[in-house]
Design a protein around this ligand. Structure first.
Ligand code: FES
Length: 100
């Protein structure tokens, strides 16, 4: 299973996530959902799953994902929504959340 590494507030979390599951599921496996990540349950509404992708390969962003990103106060060239990122290989992300 691919390893998902999540950096959040200076701490490193990791989980082995089954191929095809989302990075958001990886956050749940790390116990991070209790901090308010993924409020909408992966329905592409809340933007609390905003991450910056440091490494890993994911399908191109769809229009709906870009619309949600555009609601954030700040986004980056590597910004994505973790609920939309299906894991296919090891990856590394920084969790930004809805703060941008
Ligand atoms: S979990 Fe709400 S937009 Fe991703």
């Amino acid at each position: 299973m691919p390893k998902v590494v999540i950096h959040y507030k200076g701490q490193r979390h990791e989980a082995n996530v089954p191929t095809g599951m989302s990075v958001l599921i990886g956050a749940t496996m790390c116990g991070l959902e209790e901090l308010g990540f993924g409020d909408c349950g992966g329905n592409l509404v809340c933007a609390t799953c905003h991450v910056r992708v440091n490494s890993g390969t994911f399908p191109a962003m769809k229009y709906d994902e870009q619309l949600v990103l555009d609601t954030l106060p700040q986004i980056y060239a590597n910004s994505r929504m973790a609920c939309q990122l299906r894991v296919s290989e090891d990856c590394d992300v920084e969790w930004m959340g809805a703060r941008g």
